[in-house]
Design a protein around this ligand. Sequence first.
Ligand code: MG
Length: 382
Amino acid sequence: MKKEVLLLGSTGSIGTQTLDVLKAHADRFSLLGLSCRSDVETLYRQANEWKPKFVAAEAPIDETRLPAGTVAFSGMDAAVKIAEAADADVTVLAISGYAALLPLLAAIRHGKRIAIANKESLVCGGALVDAALKAYGAALLPIDSEQSAIFQCLQNGGRDEVKRLILTASGGPFFRKTREELKNVSLDDALNHPTWRMGRKITLDSATLMNKGLEIIEASRLFQFDADHISVLIHPQSIVHSMVEYRDGTIMANLSKPDMRLPIQYALTYPARAESVCRPLSLDLEHPLEFYPADLDRFRAIRMAYDALRSDGVMPTVYNGANERAAELYFAGNIGFADIENCVEAALNTIENRPADSVEAIAAADAAARYAVDRFVKMLNR
Ligand code: MG
């Protein structure tokens, strides 16, 4: 029996690479549904090629452009509606940003497998997502390359034998720049990642190191380790995707070419391993592999993430919401690159913590974070 896959966020970078993997393993998987936010032209093309039963978009859908009989959902809650309607064996969550939280909770209610590329929903959802996973018996399989690496390395020992998780970070395109030099970097520089080709928001997050900050919190959510058991190591080549150190001093590492199709595939086929479309790694051609400590004074985004995780409650939501808003303002040309972490710091300093015990509490904190950033930027530009 083929496994039916629902792909939420099909037109983005992870979405299109997921389709590559499904195509390579058409004997194992079929596509049940596709969704996107606004790129409906790509959605129509994908729907006509794959002929899924369901499609969804936040933008209006012209049903005459879809194969006859396709069930279509549109509007703000389209991703939630398709997740509720399609009882897929595997839901791939490749939506970008906080917007993935409600679709994630909807998918969890089917009690099946969710291959998750979105980290913002885990960062913000926290204990609420945990409780839902337990209540419905759903399983999260990480697609994020670092979390996939840790997931695989954790299979080599017991939980109580783990000394720490070691997240690797490429350091982004500005790893060697001073704080002063960062003030003058351009949008093109920020979007020129040294090792990975990804969507715009995550590429910017990699340059600011906000992505690594989010991954610290994401790792804590996925694997239930606290901040003291998660460390970050700069590794510019992005060959070692992350590591787990055990109490006897053994470090297990996960290595491959930086190609998201590999962790996508593993999240789909786990616990089995299948042939891959990715180029294999030739370690004799990949030297040197370098590692540097992550300086928390230099990388404030990482320090703030640790603080937000230790505070927990809605502070991880504030961290994420402020970063999402600052990224929008940066893309719109309203603030400079170095202002992004100042925006996040301003939001963290002005919003009071409270329990993240409901979707409403999380949504309120997200809105407050965005508002705090707007107020801070207004002051900056005065
Ligand atoms: Mg990652």
